[in-house]
Write a protein that binds this ligand. Structure first.
Ligand code: TRP
Length: 328
């Protein structure tokens, strides 16, 4: 049986937080451990450049920290190909070739493009590279002829663009690509400490590798129902960060919801209980990470081996692409 090819990537922003874990990594682990799939997982460092070309000093250490987290969480180089995008030149090469057939209008209408231009208005990102972000992403996916791409909903428009570009390529040059599907899983929502979306840039994240002391401090800071002041006040778990995490870490969260609503537990006790569930859940991760941190060279060795495997697969596609386009 030939395995289905999976590809996904994360931009290297350093240590991963619980939002990254539940939004992406936990799904990657499931796919990796399902023998029906061959997974490629990528450090999307070229994509990091599209919005951060002027702040590259931490790119290397951010890559290292992220891959340490991957390995500590259980991504296994013996099962999955773990690699760095910029080390596999075929991504850039295919991206250039695909850019020839991608109309500007397709890129300009992508919602994330317009949104980011607005949100990152203080940065000078009206660049060719930023507009071409989804073309590069299409190249990431098509260069491995991936069958499926685990992504969050925010990435769906990029996947649609990828499918359109694949179709257009096939129409122009013959059938080289099939259309990759989005794998939209049910991932739990993980709010940040202040109830906004968990994000490094908001300073509201819980890192996977936080020490027990830091975790305790962060749990104690979590936003709860502001109307619940005394322990026996009736609470509103919707919108409460502590409850959102009970939903993930407490198998009996349904009972907790009722207790909160009926004013049978206070927020301090509820937080204490959450900490007693989260701390042991994160401990094995912390321990594996501490062991891996001792040998950072090992991270780069893992990536080098992954790069070599990725290159091999990518080169095959590129040879085919160049033949189809009349370049070989
Ligand atoms: N754009 C993705 C994100 O910001 C990261 C990414 C880059 C990616 N290339 C990819 C995801 C290819 C899936 C497939 O999350």
């Amino acid at each position: 049986m030939t395995k289905k090819i999976i590809l996904s990537g994360i931009r290297p922003s350093g240590k991963l937080h619980l939002g990254n874990y539940w939004g992406a990594l936990s799904r990657w682990l499931e796919l990796q451990n399902n023998s029906a799939y061959q997974c490629y997982f990528m450090v999307a460092d070229l994509h990091a450049l599209t919005t951060g070309y002027d702040r590259t000093a931490d790119l290397r250490s951010n890559t290292e920290e992220m891959v340490l987290d991957w390995l500590a969480a259980g991504l296994d180089p013996a099962k999955s190909v773990l690699f760095r995008q910029s080390d596999v030149a075929e991504h850039a090469e295919l991206s250039l070739l695909l850019s020839m057939i991608t109309p500007l209008g397709w890129l300009e209408r992508i919602p994330t493009y317009k949104e980011q231009l607005r949100e990152l208005a203080e940065r000078e990102i009206t660049t060719h590279g930023f507009l071409g972000y989804p073309v590069l992403q299409a190249a990431d996916i098509l260069v491995y002829k991936a069958d499926a791409v685990p992504v969050g909903e925010d990435q769906l428009s990029h996947l649609e663009l990828c499918q359109e570009v694949a179709r257009r390529f096939n129409r122009l040059y013959g059938p080289v690509f099939s259309e990759p599907k989005a794998l939209l899983g049910e991932t739990p929502k993980v709010p940040g400490l202040d109830a906004r979306k968990m994000s490094k840039s908001y300073g509201n994240s819980v890192e996977l590798s936080d020490s027990p002391e830091i975790l305790q401090k962060k749990v104690s800071q979590m936003y709860t129902d502001p109307k619940k002041i005394r322990a026996n006040d009736h609470g509103h778990p919707e919108g409460c960060v502590v409850f959102a995490l009970h939903k993930i870490y407490n198998p009996e969260y349904v009972a907790r919801e009722a207790e909160c609503r009926e004013g049978r537990i206070g927020c301090v006790a509820c937080k204490k209980h959450l900490l007693s569930l989260m701390d042991p859940a994160l401990r094995p991760f912390r321990e594996r990470r501490a062991a891996l941190e001792g040998d950072r060279g090992a991270v780069w060795k893992v990536l080098e081996e992954g790069n070599a495997k990725a290159r091999q697969a990518a080169r095959r596609t590129l040879d085919e692409v160049k033949r189809a386009m009349g370049l070989a």
